[in-house]
Design a protein around this ligand. Structure first.
Ligand code: SDX
Length: 392
């Protein structure tokens, strides 16, 4: 299957490809993974079920799901020498930069290229990536906090392990809160795939040169880090905090976000595809209310976010441009209520997006797609003769 490249009149070249994984309708605000609505999956499935669905194409039966979870557990030990690489980073390094480096470094300890035509090898590579990525993602936080690194507990679930790996300290076992685990599971589902977004396109194009899965995922982590993409969830919290620290003057902020001179944008608003509500934002907004109520957290930033949304949605500038809250607008409020530090927000986005990246890489390689090579609209000089330096 070769992608059809379409050139947008606005020169926003959009390379396109054929895929069976995720369906998006930006006008109607529809999102489906392998034909299942995001609303049903977020409500009824768990993250590993959805990961299996995205990667292998069908919802797993009980045996397949149990096997998937067991097989991921086989690979959650990370080579101890990876700690030397981790310790090479200053504690102040942004976790996304560390995660991208550690993900690429996994290739050094798993050098054998994946034979995508061998079903078992491909399945093992999927489980290995799901297992190791979660552990090294939490290591980026533990390093930053100067805490000892934790190991995966094979008696606990995947999302439960995330909270343990992040917060368990030797003197005190982590006290699991089902409400937090359930909310995180739902958030990971909502972030799991989103067709050909910036980071997924990066994973596909890097993988199309037959670079390995870890190298391709590492590139996706770097692309996601940008504040216009996954980094927005951190930028939204910093924006809400700034509004709060400046007396909560939301109207002033909306005015600023429209100022063409100021590159500042209303973070968490707008989308390349959705010109209607991002269905994930609708679900996350409700989850924010539920989680904060359940945890008894009264976060003034949630009220500021709601007021900001209301003012922006009633503002002609935003209305005329079909700018609505996106997936990043409310997610950080929930992460903060769970005790996740703001610099880890985009790492959580990466953990959620990992199965989507894997699924898209697998589809691209299994379809034997050619090496990615987007074309351009050439706007430069026509042919001109060389000039000696003395004549310039
Ligand atoms: C994600 O692609 C995906 O699927 C991504 C994602 C995923 O799941 O992978 O959904 C995750 O990245 C969500 C987006 C997170 N980023 C942010 O929240 C950052 C703030 N948003 C903007 O930077 C912006 O909306 C983008 C980057 C998301 C989209 O940029 P575009 O495609 O350039 O936006 P556009 O063409 O729709 O803009 C139309 C107009 C422009 O103004 P004019 O030239 O018409 O005068 O709206 C303006 C833009 O300047 N505009 C904004 C704005 N977003 C667009 N103005 C103020 N604030 C904003 N947030």
């Amino acid at each position: 299957a070769t992608g059809a490249i379409t050139i947008d009149p606005g020169y926003k070249n959009s390379g396109s490809c054929k895929s069976e994984i995720t369906f998006l309708d930006g006008e109607e605000g529809i999102l489906r993974y392998r034909g299942y609505s995001i609303e049903e999956l977020a409500d009824k499935a768990d993250f590993l079920e959805v990961s299996f669905l995205l990667i292998f194409g069908e919802l797993p039966n009980k045996t397949q799901l149990e096997k998937f979870e067991t097989d991921i557990r086989k690979y959650t030990l990370v080579n101890e020498e990876m700690k030397t690489i981790l310790e090479g980073f200053p504690k102040t390094a942004h976790p996304m930069g560390v995660l991208s480096a550690l993900t690429s470094a996994l290739t050094a300890f798993n050098p054998k290229p994946v034979n995508v035509d061998n079903e078992n090898e491909l399945y093992d590579a999927v489980c290995k990536t799901m297992g190791k990525f979660l552990v090294i993602a939490t290591w980026t936080y533990r390093r930053r906090m100067g805490l000892p690194l934790n190991y995966y507990d094979n008696t606990k679930g995947y999302v439960e392990n995330f909270m343990r790996l992040m917060f368990e300290i030797p003197t005190e076992p982590y006290k699991m809160d089902k409400r937090i685990v359930d909310a995180l599971d739902k958030l990971f589902i909502l972030h799991a795939d989103h067709e050909q977004n910036c980071s997924t396109s990066t994973v596909r194009i890097v993988g199309s040169s037959h670079a390995g899965l870890f190298a391709s995922i590492s590139a996706g982590v770097s692309a996601l880090w940008g504040p216009l993409h996954g980094g927005a969830n951190q930028a939204v919290l910093e924006m809400l905090q700034e509004i709060h620290d400046n007396g909560g003057d939301v109207e002033k902020f909306v005015l600023k976000a429209k100022d063409k001179e100021d590159p500042f944008r209303l973070m968490g608003f707008g989308h390349r595809v959705y010109k209607n509500f991002d269905p994930r934002a609708t679900i996350i907004k409700k989850a924010a209310d539920d989680v904060l109520d359940a945890l008894g957290v009264d976060d003034p930033l949630l009220e500021i976010a709601k007021k900001l949304e209301k003012v922006a949605l009633e503002d002609e500038y935003f209305k005329s441009r079909n700018l609505y809250p996106n997936v990043d607008f409310y997610s950080g409020i929930i992460y903060r209520a769970m005790g996740i530090p703001v610099e880890m927000f985009t790492v959580l986005f990466a953990i959620g997006r990992l199965p989507g990246w894997i699924a898209q890489w697998k589809e691209m390689r299994s379809n034997k797609e050619p090496i990615g090579r987007p074309r351009q609209v050439y706007m430069g000089h026509t042919l001109r003769p060389f000039k000696e330096v003395k004549d310039r």
